[in-house]
Design a protein around this ligand. Sequence first.
Ligand code: RBF
Length: 178
Amino acid sequence: MATGKTRAARHTGAGRGARVAIVRARWNEEVTLALERGAIERATQSGATIDLFEVAGSFELPAAVALLADTGRYDAVIPIGCVIRGETPHFEYIAQSVAKGLMDLTLTYPTAIPFSVLTCDSIEQARERAGGAEGNKGEEFMDAALEMVALRQALTRAPSSARRSARKASTAVSRSTR
Ligand code: RBF
């Protein structure tokens, strides 16, 4: 199928040589470990190098991502967490602050930072997305990050050729006016 081919082509090219950090929250560990396995598998297939880190819960993820991004050592930082709706308002507070925190970081750092935190109504729903009926979202999170790395690489290569054509254009203009 065309879609399958396109996705496969993306996996092979995007991650080669990419330096990736995965930071995983230990809350709901069965799920976050499964997501991490999926992410590692995909990064390895893509030829990326991976460093692994842990934090207590998802709430700690944005701060950990900022620390890792600040080192300048990584092309992508993958924050893996799983927030499950409980009987307290904690779910809303944690899910919203993590989503907002990560979004702010993606716009601040050139590092690729996917939203790789599951927010689920139940542990069953989380398991379905961590290697169950819905596949392993860890793989998709890694793919999304590596695709952003490739986009950044393509754009940072662009300016020199853009500069060359801009120079050519300005030379052409100045010649024609002489
Ligand atoms: N962390 C998670 O990663 N997922 C959760 O579902 C989750 N639920 C929590 C529920 C309660 C009532 C509390 C107190 C904490 C929870 N945490 C959860 C931990 C949170 O992300 C953080 O590690 C702690 O609040 C310490 O800052």
